[in-house]
Structure formats: C-alpha cells, structure tokens
Design a protein around this ligand. Structure first.
Ligand code: PLP
Length: 419
C-alpha cells in the first residue's frame, strides 16, 4: 500500500510556504485548470494525492474485509486499518490508538456520542450545547436526550458574535451531565475556548464532547491539552475521501460506555437471549467499517502531520485578512459574526443586501468561484445573528491570492448587477 508521507515534505518548508507545491499535491487543481477557485472547504476539502492513491491502491490491489479473515490479504487489510487508526490517534494527540473509533464522519460520531452518553442520563439531567452548533451537534442530543428525559440548554451569543462564555457559571450546575460544543463555528469561523468549557464541565463532573469538524483541517490537535472527553471530525474535510471520520473517546470513559449500534465484530459472545461486547474501540464499530476511506484518512493525516503548520497558519490568516479587507470595501455587504481575525479559522459568512445567497453563489460560479449559500446546517446560529441564510467562503491550505481576488471581483459584479 502507498505510504501517506511519501515525497511531500517539499510542499511546506521552514523557509516559507510553497503554495504552488502544496496545490500540486491535490490532483483536482491540475484537472480543473487555473480558473477554478475553490472556496467551499468548510463543506468538503479536496482530496490530497496521498489519500487518493491510498484509496485506489486498497480498492484495486489490496481489498479484503478487516478483523475477520485469516488469509494473508485479510490480515494485511486489518494491519493497514489499525495503522490508519494509529495515525489518526497521532494527529489528534490521543494517548492510545484504541481511543479512536472509526466512524463514517462527524455526524455519525456525534450520534454515537449522544446515544451512548444519554444511555446514562436520568430525567431532569441537563445537556449544555451552544447556539453556534451545526445541526449534527444539536439534533442527536435532542433525539437521545428526549428518550432519557434530559433538558437541553445552550450558551448564547455575545454582542461580538462569539459565544458568551461569561454565562457559563449560570448555565452549568450539578444537573449538567454533558457539555457539547463546536471547536470552530462553520458559519463565523470563531474558535471556541474549549479550555474554559472543560474547566466548567470538570467542576460539575460533566463530560465534554467537542465537534472538531471545522478545526481538524487546520492542523494537528492535542485532545489531552484541550481537556475534552470526546472529539469528532470528518475525513473529507481533512483532505481524505468521503465516508470515514473518527471519534476520539478518552480511554477510561470509553471502557464504561455501552455500544451504539449492534452487529458483527462488536461482540464478545452472542446467544439468542443476550450478548456481551468487545472492548473499545471495536464495541463502537458494528459491521464492516469504511475500510478504504479510513486508510485514506490515515494517509491524509500522516501527510498533514508532516507539514509546516506555523507557515500554513500564517498563510491562511493572511488570506483571511485579504478577504475581510476586500469584503469591507464592497457596498451593501454585511459580515456575520466577529469582525476581527483573532481566534478564528479562515472562513467568512456574509450577506449581500437585497440578493439571495443562492443567487450570489450562482453568479460567483460564473467566475469560477465555488462558495456556499444557505443556512449551512446552523439555523439557530443564523437566527441569533439575525439572518435566514448567508454566503460562506472558506479557505484551506492550498488557496492563494488569486482565489480571494476572484471572489472579490465576482462579488463586485454581483453587487453591480443585482443589488
Ligand atoms: N459539524 C460541523 C461544525 C460541520 O461543519 C459539519 C459539516 O459541515 C458537520 C458537523 C457534519 O459533518 P459531516 O457531514 O461530515 O458528518
């Protein structure tokens, strides 16, 4: 199988960032040509060569099911799958690979978290969310919480469009059993102070679940230092294939939790009356996992882990500043959320006065610019920001000045023609 880290260190060097080299590691850019300005990275990132090659290699030359066969090909597939798990654990800063559950993505991971954690709740217990959550970190808690009779509360927004964490003291009590929050808003890009949430959760013995879908594409993590108990993310947003993601569960907690789905390979013993379950992570991985996408995810994060992240962060922040500056000069444009670049991932949502976000995106497409229009699966946040929907531009490590300038030129034209 192909080695995820092969020959790619040149893409980002200590001397500065070679963005063209980095783009060269993403096959889509050669396929689409220069008039392709992909700024929908918060929805899905483009696949990197390491992940694409690993996926094709597995499916065409090394395909077998994992955890079950005793012949060499199956054994090799199982070994590669467990190596991918270890690579993901490394990217997350987990203590052990067994703390990583392979899922189909963030949504699956958060449903798993909600189901298994809510199995321990009692009527009147509370789940604290924030109003900045993606629907994937709201609806699972509503479904599982309702079954347990739990009450859902939420941290509101402050004036500046960031979460009002000064309200934590009033919101967290001995009744709070779970706190679930996004690490980074998929609408405003604002990063959440997870340390502060962890402190509040720890003080009352609550479990802290973090939705890392929008933070994971911006460099390796340290879940130990963050102080959370569970961390979810999607492979397709970290430049791997669609179909696989991960849920990190702190080891001691994972040992205590019941399964989510039942089926093959998650059991110790099954009789027709009852079953006992395998230890984590297998207890949470019923059925055939997304093997190829999981291997691709392992290859992507191994490749990402070898890049120069201080240089990439500086590059992404510079593009974000260029974008914000340009947007501020466009007539009739309203930015949603924080106006500054402090503690924020490189994504921006905005409204063009009098023009529906879908129309804006459609016109931008004529300029070769891919952006997203809608509520971005964050209706409560849009409501808190006083908007139905918005246009979102989201930056990844391979974007460059030409992408930002094409967006700004396209927007000028949208305003000239439609606003
Ligand atoms: N959470 C956040 C913050 C997201 O931005 C997204 C997707 O956009 C999700 C969860 C859901 O991710 P997936 O569709 O990969 O499960």
């Amino acid at each position: 199988m192909s080695d995820g880290g092969r020959g790619t260190q040149r893409a980002a060097t200590r001397a500065g960032l070679d963005v063209a080299g980095l783009r060269g590691e993403f096959p889509i850019f050669a396929a689409m040509g220069p008039r392709f300005h992909y700024l929908d990275n918060a929805a899905t990132g483009q696949i990197c060569r390491a992940a694409a090659e690993t996926l094709v290699d597995f499916e065409t030359r090394a395909r077998a099911n994992v955890k079950r066969g005793v012949y060499r090909l199956a054994d090799e597939a199982t070994r590669a799958f467990e190596e991918a798990r270890a690579r993901i654990a490394g990217y997350l800063g987990a203590r052990e690979a067994r703390e990583v559950v392979i899922t189909s993505g963030t949504t699956h991971a958060l449903n798993l978290a909600a189901h298994t954690l809510c199995a321990r709740l009692h009527p009147g217990d509370e789940i604290l969310l924030t109003c900045a959550e993606h629907h994937s970190n709201i609806v699972p808690w509503q479904l599982a919480g309702r079954r347990a009779g739990a009450v859902i509360r939420a941290v509101p927004l402050a004036e500046d469009g960031r979460l009002d964490l000064d309200r934590l003291e009033a919101l967290v009590s001995r009744r709070t059993k779970v706190v679930a929050a996004t690490h980074c808003s998929n609408v405003t890009g604002a990063l959440t102070d997870i340390g502060r949430l962890a402190e509040a959760a720890r003080a009352v013995g609550a479990v802290l679940v973090v939705d890392g879908a929008q933070r994971a594409p911006h460099g390796p993590l340290d879940v130990q230092a963050l102080g959370c108990d569970l961390y979810a993310f999607s492979g397709h947003k970290v430049f791997a294939a669609t179909g696989a993601g991960a849920l990190w569960i702190r080891g001691e907690l994972a040992d205590e939790l019941p399964p989510f789905m039942g089926g093959g390979e998650m059991i110790r013993r099954v009789t027709l009356e009852a079953s006992t379950f395998a230890p984590p992570p297998h207890r949470f991985e019923a059925g055939t996992p997304p093997i190829g996408p999981a291997l691709a995810l392992g290859a992507a994060v191994a490749w990402l882990a070898g890049l120069d992240w201080p240089a990439i962060h500086a590059h992404e922040q510079r593009l974000l500043e260029r974008l914000l500056e340009g947007l501020r000069t466009i007539r009739g444009l309203r930015l949603l959320g924080p106006a500054d670049t402090r503690a924020r991932a490189p994504l921006v949502s905005f409204l063009v006065e009098g023009v529906h976000p879908h129309d804006v995106c459609q016109l931008l497409d004529a300029f070769g610019v891919c952006t997203r229009g809608g509520h971005h699966c964050a209706q409560p946040l849009h409501e808190a920001l006083g908007a139905e929907a918005s246009v979102r531009a989201s930056i990844a490590l391979y974007n460059d000045d030409a992408d930002i300038d094409a967006l700004l030129a396209g927007l000028e034209e949208v305003v000239r023609r439609l606003a």
